[in-house]
Design a protein around this ligand. Structure first.
Ligand SMILES: Cc1cc2nc3c(=O)[nH]c(=O)nc-3n(C[C@H](O)[C@H](O)[C@H](O)COP(=O)(O)OP(=O)(O)OC[C@H]3O[C@@H](n4cnc5c(N)ncnc54)[C@H](O)[C@@H]3O)c2cc1C
Length: 402
C-alpha cells in the first residue's frame, strides 16, 4: 500500500511549520514541504506582538529567538503630530514583543517541526493538489531533482500564503473582502537606536513606523494610500525620505543613520476564506489576510496553527466529526480576527482619524491605562470593540476631565 500521511502541509513558514510541529508532537505522521529552502527571507516585516511571543514561549521556542540577539520591544509610541501616546503592548505575563528577521524566525520554526518528527522537504514545489470524488487526497510536485512525486494524506493543509495553490484548487468561500488599501516600502538602518521601543508616526495622508531587529538594525517602513501606488513606485526612495521628513525629530535621527539594505515593498488584499472542507484546511495568509499596518499576520498564523491542530486532533481521534471540529476552528478564528481586521482596514486607508476618534485619542494622552489600552489594540491584546465601547470611552473622558 502506498504511504498515507496523516497530514501534508504545503508551506513551511509562520503557519506551516508550527502546524507541522504541533501535529508531530501529538504523534501524527506529517509531511511539510516548501519550495523555498531555509534560512531564507520573504517580503514581510516581522514585528511579533505579545500574543505571538506567548505562543513561541509556550512552544519552547522563545529562548531560541532571544539567543539570536533580537532585542525585546517593551513600549509602543504613536505620534499623531500634536501629541503622542506611549503605552506597553502586553500584560505582565507577556509584556514584550520581538521582531526577529524572517531568515531567523522561519528557520527556527522549520527546525522545530523537524525536531518534533515531521518530515521536512525544502525546495519541493507543489504543482497540483489531488482531488478525488470531491475530496482532497494528496499533492503532486517535484523536488530538487525535478522528478514528479505524488504523496497522499488524510488532510492537506494549505499554509502556502496569499497566492495559495491549495486555496485556488478548493475555491473556498471568500468573505469580508476589501481591495489593497495602502502600499508600503521598508528597509534596514544601522546607527538608529530605538531603546527597545516601537514608534509609529501618523502624518495624515501617510504614516511610518520603526522598530529594532537583529544585528543592531532598525526597520523603518513607510506607507501611503493605495491611490499613490504608481507615484510611489516611480520614486521609492524619494517618497520614503519625504515621509520620514514629516516627523522632524525622527528625520534628524534617520539622517544620522545609514541604510544597510535595499527597499522592499508591496500592497496586499484583505479577505477571509472558509478554512476547511473535505480533506483540506487552510492556515495563515492562505486562510485569512489583512493589511500589514497593524502587524497581526505572524501572530495570527501561530494562532491558526494552534486552533487548526486542535480541530484536526479532535477529528483524527474521533472525538468530533471533521466538519464540526473545523467549524469551531473557523468561528474561533473569525470571532478573534474580525474586530482587528476592521480596525486594520480603517487604519490602512491612511486618512486622518475621524473627529470622534481624535477626541478619544486626545483624551487618552497622559492617561497610562488608556495609552496602554491603545497600544494593546494594536498588539492584538485588547479588542477595538472593548476599547471603543461606550463604557471605556466614558472612563477615558472622565479621567481627562479630572
Ligand atoms: C510588507 C509586509 C509586512 C508585514 N509585516 C508584518 C509584521 O511586521 N508582523 C506580522 O505579524 N506580520 C507581518 N506581515 C504578514 C506576514 O508576513 C504574514 O501574515 C505571514 O508571513 C503569514 O505566514 P504564512 O506561513 O501563512 O505565509 P508565508 O509566510 O507567505 O509562507 C508561505 C510559504 O508557502 C510556500 N509555498 C507557496 N506555494 C507553494 C507551493 N506551490 N509549493 C511549495 N511551497 C509553497 C512559500 O514558499 C512560502 O515559504 C507582513 C506582510 C507583508 C507583505
Amino acid at each position: 500500500m502506498p504511504r498515507t500521511y496523516d497530514a501534508i502541509i504545503v508551506g513551511a513558514r509562520c503557519a506551516g511549520s508550527p502546524t507541522a510541529m504541533l501535529l508531530a508532537r501529538k504523534g501524527y505522521d506529517v509531511l511539510v514541504v516548501d519550495q523555498a529552502s531555509f534560512p531564507s527571507d520573504t517580503i514581510s516585516t516581522h514585528l511579533i506582538h505579545p500574543p505571538g511571543v506567548a505562543l513561541l514561549q509556550s512552544w519552547g521556542l522563545l529562548d531560541r529567538v532571544v539567543a539570536t540577539g533580537c532585542p525585546a520591544i517593551g513600549t509602543y509610541t504613536f505620534d499623531f503630530g500634536p501629541f503622542a501616546l506611549k503605552g506597553t503592548p502586553g500584560p505582565a505575563a507577556s509584556p514584550v514583543s520581538y521582531a526577529p528577521r524572517r531568515t531567523v524566525l522561519d528557520a527556527i520554526l522549520v527546525n522545530a517541526a523537524a525536531e518534533a518528527g515531521a518530515e521536512v522537504r525544502e525546495e519541493f514545489t507543489v504543482e497540483e493538489v489531488l482531488v478525488e470524488d470531491g475530496r482532497v487526497v494528496g499533492i503532486r510536485g517535484h523536488g530538487r531533482d525535478g522528478g514528479s512525486v505524488t504523496e497522499r494524506a488524510r488532510v492537506v493543509v494549505g499554509a502556502d500564503g496569499r497566492h495559495s495553490l491549495v486555496a485556488k484548487t478548493v475555491r473556498p468561500e471568500r468573505y469580508h473582502e476589501k481591495p489593497p488599501l495602502e502600499v508600503s516600502y521598508y528597509s534596514y538602518w544601522s546607527g538608529l537606536p530605538m531603546d527597545g521601543g516601537f514608534e509609529a508616526y501618523d502624518l495624515g495622508d501617510r504614516a511610518f513606523a520603526a522598530w529594532p531587529t537583529n544585528d543592531d538594525l532598525t526597520l523603518v517602513i513607510c506607507g501611503r494610500p493605495i491611490a499613490e501606488f504608481d507615484a510611489v513606485r516611480k520614486d521609492i526612495e524619494g517618497d520614503y525620505l519625504r515621509t520620514v521628513d514629516g516627523a522632524p525629530r525622527f528625520r534628524d535621527r534617520i539622517r544620522a543613520a545609514k541604510r544597510e539594505d535595499r527597499f522592499y515593498g508591496t500592497s496586499v488584499p484583505n479577505y477571509f476564506h472558509t478554512p476547511a472542507g473535505p480533506g483540506w484546511a487552510l492556515v495563515g495568509d492562505a486562510g485569512y489576510n489583512k493589511d500589514f499596518i497593524t502587524a497581526q499576520g505572524i501572530s495570527d498564523a501561530f494562532k491558526d496553527a494552534e486552533r487548526c491542530v486542535t480541530a484536526l486532533d479532535e477529528s483524527f481521534t474521533g472525538h468530533r466529526p471533521f466538519e464540526e471540529a473545523m467549524a469551531a476552528y473557523r468561528s474561533a478564528r473569525d470571532a478573534h480576527a474580525l474586530p482587528i481586521f476592521e480596525f486594520t482596514c480603517q487604519f490602512a486607508m491612511l486618512q486622518p482619524p475621524p473627529p470622534q476618534l481624535q477626541q478619544v485619542l486626545g483624551a487618552a494622552r497622559g492617561n497610562q491605562d488608556a495609552m496602554d489600552g491603545f497600544a494593546r489594540i494594536f498588539s492584538g491584546v485588547v479588542s477595538p470593540a472593548d476599547y471603543f465601547s461606550e463604557e471605556n470611552v466614558g472612563r477615558i473622558f472622565a479621567a481627562a476631565a479630572e
